[in-house]
Design a protein around this ligand. Structure first.
Ligand SMILES: NC(=O)CC[C@H](N)C(=O)O
Length: 198
């Protein structure tokens, strides 16, 4: 697949490395034109307030919405999850609403700004001023937990992590987010919609 990495601000280099190590091609996405030809998209960590401003400045909101609604696979991590969430608190902030979750920003407290841990399922986690998922809607699947609380979720084509999977050496989150079968299904539905109507 060709994976676009939103590269306005934040931790996008390591995402590109991880995607390439799994055999994907990558495109750094900074302008509307960059959405052409990508099959999947990463919304990386960083500072979500700054990222929102840059999305406005470069007029990318409509392209992001259209990409999500078209059903393409999206992986949103940390600040990316904050952008993708339905509701953001602490402080409140506008968001794109791709997934039906409520998140609190910077929610682990100052003393433990950044830390490494293992998920309940045994995968490595790196948290950096991470958000916490406060509640999930009924259409949201919880794919990973830490001490019982959701840290990896998926709703339809959008997979979100509160942590930084690109800073671990475990690619399972990418495998979950960018499944071949998913890309295939999307390509097929595109072909069908292009088929001439009898
Ligand atoms: N590592 C991260 O992406 C941190 C997210 C950041 N604390 C925010 O609120 O946007």
């Amino acid at each position: 697949m060709r994976i676009g990495i939103l590269a306005l601000q934040g931790a996008f280099d390591k995402h590109a490395e991880m995607a390439r190590s799994l055999g994907h091609e990558t495109t750094l996405v900074r302008r509307k034109d960059d959405f052409e030809g990508i099959d999947g998209l990463v919304l990386p960590g960083g500072e979500s307030t700054v990222q929102l401003k840059l999305i406005d400045r470069f007029d990318l909101e409509w392209s992001l919405m259209r990409f999500a609604v078209a059903g393409h696979p999206i992986l949103a991590t940390c600040a990316g999850l904050i952008l993708a969430a339905r509701t953001v608190t602490q402080p409140e902030q506008r968001s794109l609403g791709f997934v039906d979750v409520r998140v609190a920003r910077n929610a682990w407290g100052r003393q433990i700004d950044s830390f490494e841990a293992m998920s309940d399922e045994g995968h490595p986690l790196v948290f950096i001023r991470a958000p916490r998922i406060l509640d999930v809607g009924e259409n949201v699947d919880v794919l990973g937990r830490f001490r019982g609380e959701p840290v990896l979720i998926r709703q339809g084509n959008v997979t979100c992590a509160t942590f930084h999977p690109e800073l671990t050496n475990d690619p399972y989150v990418y495998r979950l987010a960018f499944r071949k079968s998913q890309a295939h299904a999307i390509a097929q539905s595109k072909n069908e919609s292009h088929a001439p109507h009898a």
